[in-house]
Design a binder for this molecule. Structure first.
Ligand code: AHR
Length: 488
């Protein structure tokens, strides 16, 4: 078996891995919010105030740190005042972007904050810059955060919420180069300046304002946004999907999977490319990148509405997730947040539901295995690597490591080769390899996935193929596997 040398240097401590890198995104799209998260108080499906108990428990278990809502493209068509007050009287609208369904607005601001409170995560709201007014955006923030006597705070109280909520993350529009108004960057930058001015900080609430950043490699957008928005912006977003629109998740060939993984690995080049442009205007990198939409995007499952974006999620998706999270960790000096698209029943979902049943996808298990990086300090790592025979732009292994306040080291790794195992000879610099524990997610099939008939076909196991070496440890990484190792 090929042995690859790897070093984890505990003397070389780098950036903090913001927990928010492990965030998610839930849009009013298909069966994500309705059915997937919100079933209403009268549903037979066990719920608390209308929110599914199984979904909340699953999201708590991965320590979901932040949830982005209500879109996506939906955000720039959403009028928040339609989603407050007596549910029976709420105005209905047509969700024209996502299948023309009638949106009854039964899940609105109060329900979203209830969801975040139940999960224990930060809310991240995207405001409507595309078709909403400055006053509307401004009043939403007043409604949510104002503690004193104001028209919006009184309205909130009338609707049953006495205390204001805390709201840190706020997106000033979504994809305004596309579904959010088809704007030119200069025009959006001016709009941002205007809208953001009235996103006030009430009652001690501090906002982290996210401007609409580029689609994938649109470096010109980044340049013009950075050149024209000089202040009042904490981060710019980056959206990047790994597409394979001709086939469904479980129809991919091995070559298709490898090509998809290759696309997803491009994330590192994109982050560095945008960071370099941002440095021209902001050499200290006060403005960060929020990758607030990322993941795989396939042809939708047979028999489902194509605008609902429902897809299965396989071990190939797990490989994409592991490699991408390793990239975010390694670039946590600039990436302050990331939100996989999406949480339930849409695109690279971590959870799928069918009636009262819920399953965890292989991607969910990756988030579960990687959660211990949250809030840790990134460590310098180096790993010898081998390119895949099938696509020489892709390295077989990915890795990242971090250290927590107790001095425990946490290493995550993946091997995306379909047939080649590796021994990874890890040298731990500056730390004795004390008690070691490890978990693995592995399969001999890239297309392995969980279904409602076989919900645990792919699951995490304890891993014991690790041996102390004196300088560190030797880990056998099987083909198509992801490992998480903790060293106390
Ligand atoms: O996540 C699905 C859609 O992808 C979002 O609504 C939009 O922002 C992006 O194009």
């Amino acid at each position: 078996m090929t042995t690859l040398k790897m070093t984890v240097n505990t003397y070389n401590r780098k950036s903090r891995i913001n927990p928010e890198i492990y965030g998610s995104f839930s849009e009013h799209l298909g069966r994500c919010i309705y059915e997937g998260i919100y079933v209403g108080e009268n549903s037979k499906i066990p719920n608390t105030n209308g929110i599914r108990n199984d979904v909340v428990a699953a999201l708590k278990a991965i320590k979901l740190p932040v949830l982005r809502w209500p879109g996506g493209c939906f955000a720039d068509e959403y009028h928040w005042k339609d989603g407050i007050g007596d549910r029976a009287k709420r105005k209905k609208m047509v969700n024209s972007h996502w299948g023309g369904l009638v949106e009854d607005n039964s899940f609105g601001t109060h329900e979203f904050f209830e969801l975040c409170e139940q999960v224990g995560c930060e809310p991240y709201i995207t405001g409507n810059l595309g078709s909403g007014t400055v006053a509307e955006m401004s009043e939403w923030i007043e409604y949510i955060t104002f503690d004193g006597l104001s028209p919006m705070a009184l309205e909130r109280r009338k609707n049953g919420r006495e205390d204001p909520w805390k709201l840190r993350y706020f997106g000033v529009g979504n994809e305004n180069w596309g579904c959010g108004g088809n704007m030119r960057p200069e025009f959006y930058a001016d709009q941002y300046r205007r809208y953001a001015t009235y996103c006030r900080e009430y009652s001690g609430n501090r906002l982290y304002k996210v401007a609409c950043g580029p689609d994938t490699a649109d470096y010109d957008w980044t340049d013009k946004i950075m050149a024209n928005i000089k202040k009042d912006m904490s981060a710019i977003s980056l959206h990047c999907y790994s597409w394979f629109s001709e086939k469904r998740a479980c129809e991919l060939t091995l070559e298709n999977c490898v090509n998809l993984i290759a696309k997803s690995r491009n994330m590192e080049k994109l982050i560095k490319g945008h960071k370099e442009i941002m440095a021209k205007y902001d050499p200290e990198h006060k403005v960060r990148i929020a990758v607030d939409e990322w993941g795989t995007w396939y042809k939708t499952e047979e028999g489902t509405n194509p605008r609902f974006l429902y897809q299965q999620s396989t071990m190939c998706d797990a490989m994409v997730a592991a490699g991408t999270l390793d990239i975010f960790n390694r670039n946590s000096d600039i990436v302050s947040m990331a939100n996989i698209a999406q949480t339930v029943n849409v695109l690279q979902a971590v959870l799928l539901t069918e009636g009262e049943n819920m399953i965890k996808t292989p991607t969910y298990h990756v988030f579960d295995m990687y959660k211990d990086h949250q809030g840790n300090t990134l460590l310098d790592t180096f790993c010898e690597n081998e390119k895949l025979e099938m696509n020489d732009t892709v390295y077989a292994c990915s890795q990242s490591a971090s250290i927590n306040e107790k001095g425990e080291v946490f290493v995550t790794m993946s091997n995306c080769s379909a047939d080649k195992p590796f021994d990874i000879d890890i040298e731990l610099i500056g730390k004795e390899a004390g008690e070691i524990s490890a978990k693995i997610l592995a399969s001999d099939d890239y297309l392995a996935h969980n279904s409602f008939d076989r919900p645990d076909a792919v699951k995490i196991s304890e891993y014991t193929k690790i041996r102390e070496t004196g300088k560190g440890m030797l880990v056998t990484l099987p083909p198509c596997s992801i490992a998480a190792i903790k060293v106390k």
